[in-house]
Design a protein around this ligand. Structure first.
Ligand SMILES: *[C@@H]1O[C@H](CO)[C@@H](O)[C@H](O)[C@H]1NC(C)=O
Ligand SMILES: *[C@@H]1O[C@H](CO)[C@@H](O)[C@H](O)[C@H]1NC(C)=O
Length: 405
């Protein structure tokens, strides 16, 4: 009897504690919600005229010395059903961005509209600045900014290639709210490619028997690059044949048809070396030229964790062999052992790859604009987009000495 009394007492105490917790959580929630209604000010689009010179978003923020991203989160109201107007402020020269709300029809989040008409800046919820635009023209830097407007930094290039050239750099360095890049930490993801669990049936094609003497190919048009990829290949060629196509080698693709498809019909391995060795920088060389066509990409780079981005066991990482000689030995082993080579295609049973076209950018941007309707800024773009930290610098002179064009 006494035992069960204690039991009941225990239960009562537990229930009380639970009620207390629930009450406390409820209280907290109301507090938060109250806070939201008070601090949230996006519903009334207050138009403020500003002169570029005195706006405070150009000032260096000492509090954020060690943080690239500074975020103050205030969740958007649940009943919000706003269409976000995105203004493409600068884009690749001569390229007109496809405009209109229909551009978002196939996205998960469709409530966006896109324009290139700069006279609509007052309506725009977001402005897009292409950070690799070498011909930034007068008028690409607005003299007006609505306080709730998100300014988006977009680039497909690595930090070593520079961004916001000349005076635009100083103006925009502290004015950006979101980044849209290939980097894993970008606010808006725009990779060159990605893979997902397969949703379509896998049809296994027998691996084509290709000429074992010509196993490796490389299609290249910029012979000299910061990553000194050519030097590596010249070294590799001492141990194994590499057929170089394009401006920097003796071979040429047929006049008609896809060059990479042609290469894939002949070669088993594709050199997919980037022009710079920067974190997360994996381009169409890997996705489009190699993985998509059925060649095994040979990648190189010390700053990128390739296994984080590419399908499992789908690529060969040059650095993991130490020297070019050992890489050559391994490639020869794979050529002699087709069952081992075939393992580089096992991933296709479970995954499929996709290319990161403009649609990926648009859809992700629209989604993020709806998700991040709180205050968010990049305190200093130089820290978020930093060649010193994010790229490995080789000695620039070496390839010049080799006499490369
Ligand atoms: C949101 O807006 C769209 C288009 O204006 C409308 O069709 C839809 O019913 C709205 N949804 C809500 C939940 O208000
Ligand atoms: C965008 O960034 C600027 C510059 O840091 C900042 O002043 C502004 O409050 C931010 N706006 C939003 C809506 O996040």
């Amino acid at each position: 009897m006494a035992i069960s009394c204690v039991g009941i007492l225990k239960r009562i105490i537990t229930i009380n504690i639970l009620v207390g917790v629930v009450f406390f959580l409820n209280y907290k929630l109301t507090e938060r919600e109250r806070g939201q209604t008070l601090t949230y000010s996006f519903q009334s689009p207050a138009i403020v005229e500003n002169d570029v010179a005195d706006v405070d978003y150009y000032q260096d923020d000492n509090d954020d010395k060690n943080r690239a991203h500074a975020v103050d989160m205030v969740a958007p109201p649940k009943d919000d059903n706003k269409t976000m107007l995105i203004l493409i402020q600068s884009w690749w020269e001569h390229e007109n961005y496809k405009t209109g709300s229909t551009q978002f029809q196939e996205c998960e989040e469709t409530r966006c509209d896109i324009t290139m008409d700069k006279s609509r800046i007052r309506e725009a919820d977001a402005l897009v600045f292409l950070g690799q635009s070498y011909n930034f023209v007068k008028g690409d830097i607005p003299t007006y900014r609505r306080p709730d407007q998100k300014w988006i930094f977009v680039t497909r290039e690595a930090p070593l290639r520079g961004y916001f050239v000349n005076s635009n750099h100083a103006v925009l360095r502290h004015a950006i709210n979101l980044t849209a890049t290939y980097r894993a930490d970008a606010d808006i993801q725009w990779p060159y490619g990605y893979y997902l669990p397969r949703t379509t049936p896998y049809i296994q094609k027998p691996l084509q028997r290709k000429d074992p003497k010509n196993a490796i190919t490389w299609l290249i048009s910029h012979c000299r690059a910061n990553s000194q990829r050519m030097s590596y290949i010249l070294d590799l060629q001492r141990y194994i044949n590499v057929d170089i196509y394009g401006r920097c080698g003796p071979y040429g693709c047929p006049e008609t048809g896809s060059c990479v498809e042609y290469l894939a019909s002949k070669y088993s391995f594709y050199i997919a070396f980037e022009n710079t060795d920067c974190e997360d920088y994996i381009t169409e060389k890997v996705w489009e030229n190699a993985l998509n066509t059925g060649m095994v990409p040979i990648v190189r780079g010390t700053k990128t964790d390739f296994s984080k981005f590419l399908p499992p066991n789908s690529f060969i990482h040059a650095e993991s062999f130490g020297t070019a000689e050992y890489l050559a030995k391994y490639i020869k082993y794979l050529i002699d052992t087709p069952s081992e080579y075939a393992k580089y295609f096992e991933w296709k049973k479970s995954y499929e790859t996709f290319l990161g076209g403009q649609m990926v950018f648009r859809c992700n941007m629209c989604k993020v604009l709806h998700e991040t309707r709180y205050e968010q800024r990049i305190a200093d773009l130089d820290k978020a987009w930093n060649a010193e930290r994010q790229c490995f610098k080789y000695h620039a002179e070496l390839e010049k000495e080799l006499g490369l064009p």
